[in-house]
Design a protein around this ligand. Structure first.
Ligand SMILES: Cc1ncc(COP(=O)(O)O)c(C=O)c1O
Length: 385
């Protein structure tokens, strides 16, 4: 399957999670759009491109089950969360309830905007390993107070690679009258996403990770009744455009001035690619393979899984706590000496090595990782096992 991708064949690629990787067929489609753009930039950017964007939004909306008019393309989930955090007006002492398992950059975003408004970002501590969904939910709501106004939570966490029960959290949040924002950066193309069932007020997802589009293709979904709250991050021609043929939500957030939006247009090709190769079956094969392979790493590193080892909590990512005082150096050595691309990340004071399993990964990749970790532990002081 690696031949379908543009990845360097000399590298054992166990980090699909960070930035995905674009198959050649989808990348060719991207270049096709770029050629078309440059063949007549005026027509493409001001006339035809808008039609192409609509077709792409319709394809994406079908894939994640929502109305295409309720989503806009953005460059990445960070952009989407910045847009939300800037727009949701919080009063003095209001609280945004989250977990201590969120993506670090977005912790910064919320801390920044909360501080500006005298509000508080509550990163509710979650005990690891998570014993059950019920335990997670109970711990999460311990962070609730009468000042809580917003819930912000990842559907799949970054460093710890865990699937969280966001549907249940959103349902309870609604009963408590809160605004819900779900960070689904890792979700589309990875686990099933049905926005009509999830019922988050706002949802952002990356297409450039597990849906395998080129970089810079992501979306922000907003329930119709919340769209009016959102001023654009960039004020350009779309602002107060009063365009009768499109919605204010689309005009405000889609028109940021001159830019190459070809990546947004590759969604239909990505969906076609996934259907053609029966990616659902490939993804489930990866998920069961990961569940089978992960215990070898738990044994090597002498740790427990971060949650019950089932597909309720694990998809194609699995993070394993690792005992190193030199995470950066260890990662570097794994790459330079062993040609393994794998992240070693910090969450709180703990370090985790995170495996991603994608179509092209094989059992021997895990075995080679284990062999390499043993080699490093026996020849350097970077790792204790
Ligand atoms: C949980 C989570 N949220 C948000 C992001 C941000 O993605 P981006 O840099 O594409 O905005 C990531 C990136 O890996 C992530 O893991």
């Amino acid at each position: 399957m690696k031949d379908l991708f543009l990845l360097n064949r000399d590298v054992t690629y166990l980090n699909f999670g960070s930035f995905g990787a674009c198959p050649k067929e989808i990348f060719d489609d991207y270049i096709k759009w770029q050629y078309l753009l440059e063949s007549d930039p005026v027509q493409f950017i001001t006339v035809d491109g808008i039609d192409h964007l609509k077709k792409s939004a319709i394809s994406l909306a079908k894939y994640i089950n929502c109305n295409y008019q309720d989503l806009v393309f953005v460059s990445n989930p960070t952009y989407a969360v910045n847009l939300l955090a800037k727009n949701i007006s919080l009063s003095l002492n209001d609280e945004v309830l989250s977990t201590n398992l969120e993506y670090g950059a977005l912790d910064r975003t919320w801390n920044y905007y909360c501080k500006k408004q005298g509000a508080k970002y509550v990163a509710q501590p979650i005990s690891l390993p998570i014993a059950s969904k019920e335990q997670f939910i109970e711990e999460f709501w311990k962070g609730f107070s009468e000042n809580t106004k917003v819930v912000f939570i990842s559907q799949i966490t970054s460093t710890t690679g865990l699937i969280l029960p966001v549907k249940e959290i959103c349902e309870e949040a609604k009963k408590r009258g809160l605004i819900t924002i779900v960070d689904g950066a890792h979700v589309p193309g990875h686990i099933n996403l049905d926005l009509s069932k999830l019922k988050a007020d706002f949802y952002t997802g990356a297409c450039h990770k597990w849906m395998m589009t080129p970089k810079g293709c992501s979306f922000l979904y907003a329930k119709p009744e919340f769209q009016h709250m959102l001023e654009p991050l960039i004020i350009s021609w779309g602002y107060e455009s009063d365009n009768p043929s499109s919605s204010k939500f689309f005009d405000y957030h889609q028109f940021n001035g001159t830019r190459d939006f070809s990546a947004f247009l590759t969604v239909p090709k990505a969906v076609e690619f996934m259907n053609k190769h029966d990616w659902k079956s490939i993804s489930s094969r990866c998920k069961s393979s990961l569940l089978n392979q992960a215990p070898k790493l738990f044994d090597l590193l002498n740790v427990e899984p971060l949650a019950p080892l089932t597909n309720e909590f694990f998809g194609q990512l699995c993070s394993v706590e690792i005992n190193t005082n030199f995470p950066e150096k260890l990662k570097q050595l794994l790459f330079e000496k062993h040609k393994i691309e794998i992240p070693i990340m910090l969450q709180g004071h703990k370090k985790y090595i995170r495996i991603s399993y994608q179509a092209f990964n094989e059992i021997r990749d895990t075995e080679y990782l284990i062999y390499s970790l043993k080699d490093i532990a026996s020849t350097t002081r970077l790792l204790t096992i």
